[in-house]
Design a protein around this ligand. Structure first.
Ligand SMILES: [Zn+2]
Length: 319
C-alpha cells in the first residue's frame, strides 16, 4: 500500500491554515506531524478485513489539533467501521429465523436495489420489462408496491400500525417482508423480531420445558422490538397455549404500546379466526363461550395492529 504523503501533507496544510497554527507550534509538534504524514492512509475494500494493511489491523493513524496542540492517535479504519456497522445491523435483529446477511442478496445484490425495484413505474415500458422478469401480473406488482409505500409511511410516522398480508402460497410475501425488515434495521436503526409462528411455537416449547428464563426473554423481545414480523400465522398447529399465553400476550402489549406489527398468512383474518376457534374448541377445557371470547379478543388485536391486504398473483415457486 503506497501512502500518499503529498495528500497527507495537503491535509496538514489545510489544518494549519484553518486554525492559524503558529510556526512555533509547528516546530514543537514536528515529529507528530511527520508521523501522521508518513503513516496515515485510508483502506480499500472495507468488506475484506484480512486485507487490511494498517500496522495495527483495524486502526489508522490520525492527527488531532486542539487547544494549540497536536495529538497523535488511531481511529478505526474503513475495515473496522464496516465490521462495526455490520455487527450493529445484526444486533438489531433481536430474534430471527433467517440470516439477514444472506437474505440481502436474494433479489439483487443489495437490499437498496431490492426496494428500488418496487419503486419502478409499471406504466413505463422499460420498467415494465424489468418488473416482468420477476413478477408476472400488474396487479401483484401494484399490491406489493402498495405494501412498500405503506411501510415507508410507517417510517415517516404517517402510519402507526402494520400490515396483515395474506394470499396463497408462493407469492413471495415472506421475501417482501424480509426486504422491509432489513431496510428498517440497516437504514432506520429499528430493532426487529422476525419469526414464523410455527418456528416460534417450537422455540418456545423447547425453552418452556428447560429454561423459564429464556422463554421470558423471547416473549420480551417479541414485545419490545420496534417492528415485529409474525410470518405465516395460521400455518402452526393452533393451541390454547399459543393463542392465549403467547400471541395474545405479545399482541396486547404491542397494541397498548402502539408498536408496529406485520403478519403474513395464507388465510384472511376471518378465516384465521374460524380456524383457531374450531381447532382449539375441540380440546378447550373451559366453556364454548369462554373459548369464543378469548378467540375474539385475540383476533381483535390483529385487526387493531394491522391493515389487511390480500395479495393476488401467480405462484413464483412453480413457475
Ligand atoms: Zn483497514
Amino acid at each position: 500500500m503506497e501512502i500518499d504523503r503529498l495528500e497527507n501533507q495537503t491535509l496538514v496544510n489545510k489544518l494549519v491554515k484553518t486554525h492559524q497554527v503558529s510556526e512555533q507550534t509547528l516546530e514543537l509538534y514536528h515529529s507528530a506531524i511527520n508521523w501522521y504524514v508518513n503513516n496515515h492512509f485510508d483502506c480499500q475494500n472495507p468488506e475484506n478485513f484480512p486485507s487490511c494493511q494498517q500496522s495495527q489491523k483495524g486502526y489508522k493513524a490520525s492527527l488531532k489539533y486542539e487547544n494549540n496542540q497536536f495529538y497523535k492517535g488511531f481511529v478505526p479504519c474503513e475495515h473496522l467501521v464496516y465490521q462495526q456497522n455490520r455487527q450493529n445491523f445484526l444486533n438489531r435483529f433481536l430474534l430471527t429465523d433467517f440470516d439477514p446477511l444472506q437474505q440481502e442478496q436474494v433479489f439483487y445484490k443489495t437490499n437498496e436495489q431490492n426496494l428500488k425495484f418496487f419503486a419502478l413505474n409499471y406504466d413505463d415500458s422499460k420498467s415494465q420489462e424489468i418488473i416482468q422478469t420477476r413478477i408476472n401480473s400488474k396487479e401483484e406488482f401494484l399490491l406489493k408496491q402498495q405494501v412498500v409505500a405503506y411501510y415507508q409511511d410507517v417510517l415517516a410516522n404517517k402510519k402507526r400500525y402494520g400490515i396483515y398480508l395474506w394470499g396463497s402460497l408462493g407469492l413471495g410475501k415472506t421475501t417482501l417482508f424480509r426486504f422491509l425488515a432489513i431496510d428498517a434495521a440497516k437504514n432506520h436503526k429499528k430493532t426487529i423480531a422476525f419469526y414464523s409462528v410455527s418456528n416460534l411455537a417450537n422455540l418456545l416449547k423447547g425453552s418452556f420445558n428447560n429454561h423459564v428464563e429464556s422463554s421470558k426473554k423471547i416473549l420480551e423481545q417479541l414485545q419490545i422490538a420496534d417492528f415485529l414480523f409474525l410470518d405465516d400465522i395460521g400455518g402452526e398447529p393452533a393451541s390454547e397455549w399459543l393463542r392465549d399465553d403467547v400471541l395474545f400476550t405479545v399482541l396486547n402489549y404491542r397494541m397498548t404500546h402502539e408498536k408496529t406489527t406485520f403478519f403474513t398468512s395464507n388465510f384472511s383474518i376471518d378465516r384465521l379466526r374460524k380456524n383457531y376457534q374450531a381447532k382449539i374448541g375441540k380440546t378447550y377445557p373451559g366453556s364454548k363461550e369462554d373459548n369464543e371470547l378469548k378467540n375474539e379478543r385475540f383476533i381483535e388485536r390483529i385487526n387493531v395492529l394491522a391493515k389487511e391486504i390480500e395479495l393476488i398473483g401467480t405462484n413464483h415457486r412453480i413457475k
